[in-house]
Design a protein around this ligand. Structure first.
Ligand SMILES: Cc1cc2nc3c(=O)[nH]c(=O)nc-3n(C[C@H](O)[C@H](O)[C@H](O)COP(=O)(O)OP(=O)(O)OC[C@H]3O[C@@H](n4cnc5c(N)ncnc54)[C@H](O)[C@@H]3O)c2cc1C
Length: 439
């Protein structure tokens, strides 16, 4: 008899898990129900599989798991193929060349390779940066729509996989069989996969409260800004796609450049009661600006136990100053550095909609250790990339990355917590690969 398997969430980790089941043939042992709170497969939950879609191959970022390179390559091929890209090289002997050759409508996949050139690596290293090596493949928000459609059709073609959209899982009762409570009713499963990403934090908080022995507390949060500057400043490093570096600031805090979007746009990331910033880029619609996040890792120790609350409150503070829970603060870098409120912009025009920000002073939001770390990072980067610290470059506050508590998957055999909600991943690549390996 087929076992009943419930999957909560249809994002990167669930995609990897289902693909894993299909490839190892175990899909035939299950009847799978996927619960997704989005209204259909094209819903636009804030997630990298809905927006931007930069898929990388790297062992130095993206999660705290050791994902073999061969699995990471498989993940890239899987997404590229479902985005309509096809390889123009037949030989897979040189995997990077093979992946770079993927093409769609006569256009090669957008590709970058960080720090493959030894001299560049050394220049950044000599300035105190820790360069991270990675290969980037960029799908773009526009192409992701097609990708999600193709993935949905592919999984739906299996008779034993069914989707239940507009269905929010509110609670799970763990037992020999697991009881899943949704806004549409209760369900009983032999096995359950929880893959709700960062946006599923409510369900995860509930489970943590009920089953504290399954999770290990996390004590850190990444807080910072989205930074925007003209494309030409970053032009020299465009072949990297993302200048992936970490840097220990003079405050002792670790900073990192994250999620770079050449010719991209800044966007809002809306939560239930606060709003932060993020960025993305399309494959077809290009802008004159590049954006990236500068994040400061803030670690706490006991008795403090609410890093998420700390990050949320800083984001809320920026919203309060902006006079609206759906607005953020925009400031020029020069004004930020000189503790002045920005009243007018200079040469760089924002790509975020005018009604999503107010010109203000982010110094009123950040504690001084975070503020000092941000300034130290940007000024140091300017020594290597001239123009990064121009007076009129733009700074949006606040960008926050919350880390979930780490889930122990070894305790309950028929319960699997995968992807970002497990606390072990923070990228499309690692979430998808974790799902794949778990399957
Ligand atoms: C704006 C943005 C851009 C990003 N860009 C990139 C990028 O370019 N490259 C990269 O590597 N990473 C990127 N990321 C990070 C990346 O999206 C995540 O690391 C990755 O998607 C995690 O996969 P996941 O399956 O754990 O969660 P997700 O992909 O977020 O999927 C979780 C799914 O669960 C659903 N869900 C949540 N709660 C419930 C519930 N209670 N009941 C039912 N369904 C529920 C959600 O609607 C969602 O569809 C980005 C993140 C954001 C926010």
């Amino acid at each position: 008899m087929m076992r009943k398997l419930g999957i909560v969430g249809f994002g990167a980790a669930a995609i990897g898990f289902m693909q894993g089941l299909i490839e190892n043939g175990r899909i035939n042992h299950y009847h799978v129900t996927v619960f997704e709170r989005g209204k259909d497969h094209m819903h636009n939950t804030i997630s990298g599989v809905r927006m931007d879609g930069k898929i990388f191959i790297s062992r130095g970022m993206g999660g705290e798991l050791d994902i073999p390179i061969e699995i990471q390559q498989k993940t890239v091929i899987f997404y590229l193929t479902h985005s309509g890209y096809k390889p123009t090289l037949k030989e897979k002997t040189n995997m990077v060349e093979y992946l770079k050759s993927f093409e769609k409508d006569g256009k090669k996949i957008e590709y970058g390779e960080s720090f493959s050139d030894e001299e560049t690596y050394r220049i950044f290293y000599d300035h105190g940066f820790e360069p991270v090596k990675a290969y980037f493949f960029h799908l773009g928000t526009d192409v992701l729509k097609e990708t999600n459609n193709n993935l949905f059709e592919y999984f739906s073609s299996f008779k034993n996989i069914e989707f239940s959209f507009d269905t929010t899982v509110e609670d799970i009762e763990i037992g020999d069989k697991h009881r899943v409570f949704t806004n549409k009713g209760e369900y009983l499963f032999d096995e359950v996969v929880i893959a709700v990403g960062r946006s599923g934090h409510k369900l995860m908080d509930r489970l943590k409260e009920k089953y504290p022995h399954l999770v290990k507390e996390n004590y850190y949060v990444d807080i910072g800004i989205r930074y925007e500057l003209p494309n030409h400043v970053m032009e020299k490093f465009l072949d990297m796609y993302e200048v992936k570096v970490r840097y220990k600031a003079r405050t002792g805090y670790m900073c990192r450049l994250f999620c770079q979007n050449p010719s991209g746009k800044v966007t809002l990331e809306k939560y239930e009661d606060f709003t932060t910033v993020n960025g993305y880029s399309d494959t077809h619609h290009k802008t004159e600006n590049t954006n990236f996040a500068v994040l400061v890792t803030t670690r706490f120790t006991e008795p403090f136990k609410d890093p998420t609350g700390y990050g949320k409150n800083l984001a809320k503070l920026a919203n309060i100053l902006a006079g609206d829970s759906e607005k953020v603060i925009l400031q020029t870098y020069g004004d930020f550095k000189e503790y002045r409120r920005t009243k007018r912009l200079g040469r760089v025009l924002p790509t975020l909609n005018d009604n999503s920000f107010i010109l203000g002073d982010a110094n009123l939001v950040f504690p001084s250790k975070i503020r000092e770390s941000l300034v130290d990072f940007i000024d140091r980067l300017d020594e290597v990339i001239k123009g990064v610290a121009y007076f009129d470059n733009l700074l949006y506050a606040v960008e926050v990355k919350f880390y979930s508590n780490k889930f122990n998957n070894d305790i309950i055999k028929n319960l699997h917590v995968i992807g970002d909600c497990s606390g072990w991943t923070r990228s499309i690549q690692y979430a998808t690969s974790m799902g794949y390996l778990r399957a």
